[in-house]
Design a protein around this ligand. Structure first.
Ligand code: CTP
Length: 424
């Protein structure tokens, strides 16, 4: 496919040094350009001024500044493209008068008269033909109805809507939580993911809607011994590549320094280290440590498809099991049959919490986020209005795997209440 992407803000000048613009960082659009390139498509990226306007390798960059320049660049690349992904935050207004010299304080600019810029998607709508047009809608209110209104008005195939009032989605953050609204009226809510993962899913959606398949430039080579492309090592490598996506599934837990959300791969690694160090606190004296490590390493793999369900999210838990079963069916089937069955069994053992190893693994899986919440001053608890009774109830089963760790967890909860960052 030939994919045209727009990214970043535009600037509308008042005089040679002053302009009006918006908070767009261009991260989403650049991620879309990279994802399209990685999936084997030709990409042209029209970018407004962003911090690092480096074209991703293999992508042709068209730098622009104003909405009018962006419109001209889109118009001149339109015939070439099969799909347009319009993620730029185009300024809606520009100063009605542009001063060609720097205005002075003494000029006493009492008011700034604005006029609308051209709406790019609306202007090019008559030339759409069989092309796929995807818009983006950043909203603070009425997310879905606004997205649907824009989709209809601009004649789009889909619109990616996100709530920019959230701190973990939208402007200048690495993650995004979007709803994809398509022209058949359906709305798919995607889990909180990195912008790279959102971009990949979006490009995959465009491919499916156009009946195109991805042709990533880097196929997994056949086995070193010249084994066939569908051989054992190839399938193992395919799986290894697939689970890289776990690094893009973000949890509702902040890193202990509060700098960003933790991803599922980091969480799993942390549990594995904790298992090695804290084995002596397991209720079962003859615990099989290797089994615990295996359990924690695979326990979240299904979230690659199913997403992270926040532990206090009641609605999310209703269909969690079904989503995770479907994910397990797809992901574990990538491995050779014998290994797929072993890894799936590990995941099931963790979920069932019947064996002492699974109970201890589950205890670690609860204590670790508790530590993160404690060390970040309960920010996430506060954000979701969680109180100490909910935390206690949710984490009670730590006791089934380790009474000692449960005592520790209880002291953390008490201390958090005492320090005032967890509601009593
Ligand atoms: N867009 C565009 N030209 C503009 C403004 C926006 O092509 N002058 C595109 C954006 O790139 C985005 C989509 O339209 O893909 C929706 O942008 P948004 O700013 O949310 O919509 P507006 O039409 O400006 O609506 P409103 O100001 O009412 O929110």
């Amino acid at each position: 496919m030939r994919v045209l992407v727009t990214a970043g803000p535009t600037r509308e000048f008042i005089d040679p040094v002053r302009f009006i613009s918006n908070r767009s960082s261009g991260k989403m659009g650049y991620a879309v350009a990279r994802a399209a390139r990685d999936r084997g498509h030709e990409v042209v990226l029209i970018s407004g001024p962003v911090a690092a306007r480096q074209p991703p390798h293999g992508v042709r960059l068209v730098p622009v500044v104003t909405a009018a320049e962006m419109l001209a660049a889109v118009e001149s690349n339109l015939d070439w493209c099969d799909a347009l992904l319009m993620s730029a935050a185009v300024a809606d207004w520009r100063p009605a008068d542009l001063s060609d010299r720097k205005l002075k304080k003494a000029d006493r600019l009492a008011e700034l008269r604005l006029e609308p810029t051209a709406d790019i998607l609306l202007t090019i709508a008559p030339r759409k033909g069989s092309r796929t047009f995807v818009g983006f809608a950043a909203e603070t209110h009425n997310l879905l109805s606004e997205a649907r209104r824009k989709l209809d008005r601009k004649g789009l195939d889909a619109i990616v809507a996100n709530d920019v009032s959230r701190s973990d989605a939208g402007f200048d953050v690495e993650t995004n939580q979007v709803v994809l609204v398509t022209k058949d009226g359906l709305a798919q809510e995607w889990p909180l993911m990195s912008k790279a993962a959102v971009a990949e899913r979006l490009v995959a959606w465009v491919e499916t809607s156009r009946g195109v398949t991805a042709s990533p430039g880097k196929p997994v080579p056949a086995g070193l011994d010249g084994a066939p492309a569908d051989g054992r090592l190839t399938r193992q490598m395919d799986f290894i590549r697939e689970i890289d996506k776990l690094k893009c599934v973000f949890r509702r837990t902040l890193l202990m320094d509060g700098s960003r959300y933790e991803n599922d791969a980091e969480h799993s690694w942390h549990l594995a280290v904790m298992a090695v160090l804290l084995k002596e606190y397991a209720n079962e004296p003859n615990l099989d440590l290797e089994q615990v490590i295996k359990l924690v390493l695979v326990h979240d793999l299904v979230e690659i498809d199913a997403g992270d369900t926040y532990c206090y999210d009641v609605a999310g838990h209703l269909d969690k099991a079904a989503r995770e079963q479907a994910a397990a069916d797809r992901i574990f089937a990538l491995l050779p049959g014998d290994q797929g069955a072993v890894i799936r069994r590990l995941w099931e053992e963790f979920e069932e919490r019947e064996t002492p190893e699974a109970r201890f693994a589950a205890a670690l899986d609860r204590v670790q986020p508790l530590l993160h919440n404690y060390f970040t001053g309960g920010q996430i608890w506060a954000k979701h209005g969680i109180g100490s009774e909910q935390v206690r109830e949710r984490n009670q089963h730590v006791e089934d795997g380790s009474r000692a760790l449960w005592n520790y967890a209880e002291s953390l909860i008490r201390e958090a209440v005492k320090q005032g960052f967890l509601k009593p």
